[in-house]
Ligand binder design. Sequence first.
Ligand code: DC
Length: 214
Amino acid sequence: MVIAIDGPSGSGKTSTAKLLAKKLCYYYCDSGSLYRAVTYFLLAKDVDLKKSIDINSALKDLKINYDVKKNLITLNDINVTQYLREDSITNNVSRVSSVSSVRNFLISIQRDLADYQNIIVDGRDIGTTVFPNADFKFFIDAEVEVRARRRFNEFLECNIKKDYKEVLEMIKNRDSYDENRKNSPLRRAQDAIYIDNSDMGLEEQVLKIINYIK
Ligand code: DC
């Protein structure tokens, strides 16, 4: 069984997917982490991210493993999970995720994860491209100002001082990049259930999803 959850940055889809996985006893795959892991790898190898051809050849040396039981990502057997939220990665991941060889590489990894277990996968193209036949599809959204405020608060919780306007701008830029790229842009699948959680708490939202599934 596959449950696909898509939505823009800061929509809360990751918290939603995690809590849903816990309540349903499913595994959880954060597909954004895979794109972040590839970005980490390319930056560490000093690959020019503007050259798709260089990215394609670097991918040949990459073995990536996502252990959904332990929630760990390894690159060539080295655990990189703790580095994936660093600014250098966040600032470059949109560019890397628009490269088709990267997407094809990661799509097959995501599909393999669903071969032998019940899984919830969140991302941008899960219901449209990775699992067009998912058993359930949800598209989680919220107003851009609400999403920026959430990100701003997450930074505060980690003692990182950012300007709210800067965070808002960053979210708008990522939305625009994710929605307008040629390969698998962020889009709501026609058969996805749309949830706007601008005025909704996490528990309420997860309950709503469980009710749909039931
Ligand atoms: O959800 P996130 O912020 O960790 O995602 C990081 C980036 O990866 C984001 O810019 C969009 C991209 N991404 C994607 O293109 N497709 C996915 N299925 C998941 C993430």
